[in-house]
Ligand binder design. Sequence first.
Ligand code: UD1
Length: 363
Amino acid sequence: MKIAVVIGVRPHYVKLAAFYAPLAARHEVCVVNTGQHFDYDMTQTFIDELGLPPVTFDLGIGSGSHLEQTGRAIVALEQPLLSSRPDAVIVIGDTNSSLAGAIAAAKLGLPVAHVEAGIRSFEADLPEETNRLAIDAVSSLHLCPTEKALLNMRAEARGETARLVGDLLLDVLDLQQQKLQERLSVWRRELPDLDQSAVVTFHRSATVRDESILSAIVAGLLAFSRPIICILHPGTKQALQRAGLLEKLASMPAIRLLGPQRHADLLALIAGADRVLSDSNGVQREALFVQTPCFILRDSTEYPETIEMGAAELIGTDTQNIVRSATTRLKMPPIDDVRRAFGDGRAGQRIVEAVSSVLQVAT
Ligand code: UD1
């Protein structure tokens, strides 16, 4: 079969790395990049680091409002999908690019396989939740990372097309383990207090579009009783700059501001830190996989397993909660339980098997 994979944002490169090789071993693969993310260190860095092939089509849609971005991507996807004539299209996650890929494929009558299907935060006004619901509605194969996601699919009467495959981020962690250790030694020399520090990341539009939320987070970080390594997404940097908050963070000696990191560096920093504060569900899972406690800068999560296992806590964006999270102790669960719950690092292989068997029958 010929399979098109639609990507567009930084985590898509990371997740594609976990299943590209087994997929390409069995099928002709065409990678279509919407170009939602475009900075070199949000795109090409990952292609190089993770040994991904050059993308087949680069659509260059860039930034914009949610509607502009999604609409531009749907229109831009028509020609590549028509000319490459794939038998099926894989989309990953809940981004505007993933939604555009699913809608474009469905409109062209192509079967859609959704990686990370069934994930729900049950917050109707979150853009990513709208995307997930719409993508699952048009997909023919629902590839669930967790048991809970599978149960969600059954509750939505999609059990027949749902498969439990596990979490690709655990596969990637295994692939990156050696580089992670190498980079950790480097970071420990560079940041001698890394093991006392908190790694902080936040970028979701729900967090950065509202200046009062941004101010509350920054106030929490300024009063935090540990060293902080704050890794800034370009959108977060722009939002902090607009709100006049970037200088405040930059003026604090205990706060180290870093730009986007390569994946092995991000994993190394998370693994070496004492704790993580983040609004990213990817970072939240990666923290669990490397056994670092995570304080979630949100009021809900799509991965409640991390909380049920005791490894994470929802703290929202309230200043006092952020300050308190510098000292709260969390007990990490046994790593074997974690690995079992997230697919044992074999999600990529299971995805390829499901796509090959189920979609082959459908086409
Ligand atoms: C998107 C996803 C989010 C995912 C994240 C992963 C949607 C709705 N959101 O959020 O679910 O967790 O990707 O990273 O699709 N920017 C740059 N350079 C870049 C990319 C972005 O400067 O390479 C800036 C732009 O100003 C842009 C802003 O960041 O407006 C936000 O980017 P956008 O693509 O809209 O969404 P993300 O916040 O990255």
